[in-house]
Write a protein that binds this ligand. Structure first.
Ligand code: AMP
Ligand code: MG
Length: 391
């Protein structure tokens, strides 16, 4: 059985192309991956910009009462040069007038009876941002491969990219398998359970802003499963199946993959939960056979599928990891597989969440992240530092 690290490498290396690109409206590009470097077309700020409401003047004149020349609003252009013992009233964001080398805050001044400005504090900062301090014209501000969050959209907007070039969305098919499954609207009859994986996976995909295609529940027979897999393969780029991959009598996904000519890269990995994970390639299509149990499916999607899909879209996924002490010790019986344990972070410590098994998806609703216990380790002690991988 291969290790998690080997499985990860196989999955990432299987991706030999990146999806095409398109230009889209900036407003629609949240969570998309930038396909081209973005370079600033201007200095930022584009002019010496006042950081305060106050008076622009010469620092050397601060001990004198200063004549007020004009009021400079944000967006307007100063019309007067500030000379000796002169100043201009200026608003935050406005352009500093020529001749001035500092802005004194309104709060640090008073107006004299003859309408002049008097500085009444002991000292002042310059209170303006010089041209190009934040970004210089021609500077690289956003790199190709960046996953666009709201702050990236702000940067793109500030340098004039209203139609950034991004990677196209990957189409991802979701199939549930199992005769025991009914959809959420139905009350399960004896022996049945509700299909929860599909909704979880669709949620995971939607939160990555890729497009899920749901193909429903495949019955536990070869004919039905093959038909649905075929349809999903022809209509999407990546297919996610859940269930049917363990060693039960009705678990024949690996066999169907074989028959369809899907090259099976692995069909088990030393991970707990999530051992029965299959990964296959058919031409330029990719198929993940995820475990049936919801906790396993959730984790394997996070650990393998998500990095893979991002990689197809040109983004190297690096989840946030926090290094914190464990709030309480954790023991496990066997240590032949790498475990991933859901944890909560409270009081700057990681607290393992008690869960009964990989069907206990309710436990995951409390989780902030996963910690991993390497092969060969069966105990983590209280206070030991662990890396919490954010989910
Ligand atoms: P399997 O890999 O098909 O043997 O499934 C393993 C376990 O996961 C079984 O208890 C299934 O009932 C359960 N399971 C499979 N698919 C789903 C699903 N879509 N939603 C919830 N549980 C599932
Ligand atoms: Mg099944």
């Amino acid at each position: 059985m291969i290790s998690f690290e080997e499985a990860y490498k196989i999955v990432i290396d299987a991706q030999y192309y990146e999806v095409n690109t398109e230009r889209i409206e900036l407003n629609k590009s949240i969570n998309r991956v930038l396909a081209k470097d973005i370079v600033s077309d201007i200095n930022m700020p584009p002019f010496n910009k006042s950081a305060m409401d106050g008076y622009a003047c010469k620092r050397e004149d601060l001990n004198n009462d200063l004549e007020i020349l004009e009021v400079i609003a944000a967006g307007s252009v100063p019309t007067k040069v500030v000379g000796t013992n002169q100043c201009s009233k200026i608003m935050t964001g406005a352009k500093l007038p020529e001749g001035a080398d500092c802005v004194v805050k309104v709060e640090d001044t008073e107006e004299t009876e003859d309408g002049k400005m008097r500085f009444v504090a002991n000292e002042t900062k310059d209170n303006f941002v010089p041209t190009g301090q934040d970004v210089e014209e021609g500077e690289l501000v956003l790199k190709q491969g960046t996953l666009l969050g709201p702050q990236h959209l702000a940067v793109a907007a500030s340098v004039g990219y209203d139609f950034p070039r991004v990677y196209k969305k990957v189409r991802v098919g979701v199939i549930s398998t199992g005769d025991e499954l009914v959809e959420p609207f139905a009350k399960p009859a004896e022996g049945q359970i509700r299909n929860s994986n599909a909704y979880q996976l669709i949620g995971q995909l939607n939160s990555m802003n890729v497009t899920p295609y749901y193909f429903g529940i495949a019955k536990d027979n070869e004919e039905s499963t093959t038909r649905i897999i075929n349809k999903a393969i022809s209509e999407t780029d990546v297919v996610l199946l859940t269930g049917g991959v363990s060693m039960g009598d009705f678990d024949f996904i690996p066999k169907i993959f074989d028959e369809l000519g899907v090259e099976i890269k692995f069909k088990e990995m030393a991970v707990q939960p999530g051992k029965p994970t299959v990964f296959g390639v058919l031409g330029n299509k990719f198929i993940f056979g995820l475990p049936g149990n919801p906790v396993s499916s959730f984790n394997i999607f996070e650990l393998l599928t998500k990095p893979f899909i991002y990689s197809l879209m040109g983004h190297k996924y690096e989840p946030v990891e926090l290094n914190v002490p464990l709030g309480e010790g954790y023991k496990r019986k066997r240590s032949s597989r790498r475990s991933f344990i859901p944890v909560r972070i409270e009081n700057a410590k990681a607290w393992p969440i008690v869960y009964h098994g990989s069907a206990h998806i309710q436990a995951m609703t409390q989780a902030h992240g996963l910690i991993s216990i390497p092969v060969g380790v069966s105990e983590l002690k209280e206070g030991e530092l662990v890396d919490v991988r954010q989910i």
